[in-house]
Ligand binder design. Sequence first.
Ligand code: FES
Length: 114
Amino acid sequence: MTKKSDPKVLCKFSELDDLTSKSFDVKIKRKTTNIFVTRKDDQVYAYENVCPHAQAPLESDPDKYLNASKEKIVCAIHGAEFSIESGDCLDGLCDGVGLTVVSVDIIEGDLVLS
Ligand code: FES
């Protein structure tokens, strides 16, 4: 008998390199939602993959959410910039509206939805 995997486990924390991101489809309030996580140092930050400007996905290529210097999250469509740590709008057409935070934890080496 196969053990059913926990749908709240996204991946192993160790699978995320520093200053990289990874996207997942998850169920939030019974709705499938595309989210992405970004590791910075020993923290992971997670947001819904929706730019507040045009309600569009943010990434330029699969799992590419950061600008070239890896200091900010950037929307590939019109270049709005967001804080990695808070999701706050820093510049551009997001007009002060930040990303929607998704709550995650690291538990026993697993990154999980909380
Ligand atoms: S859709 Fe993201 S800045 Fe316009």
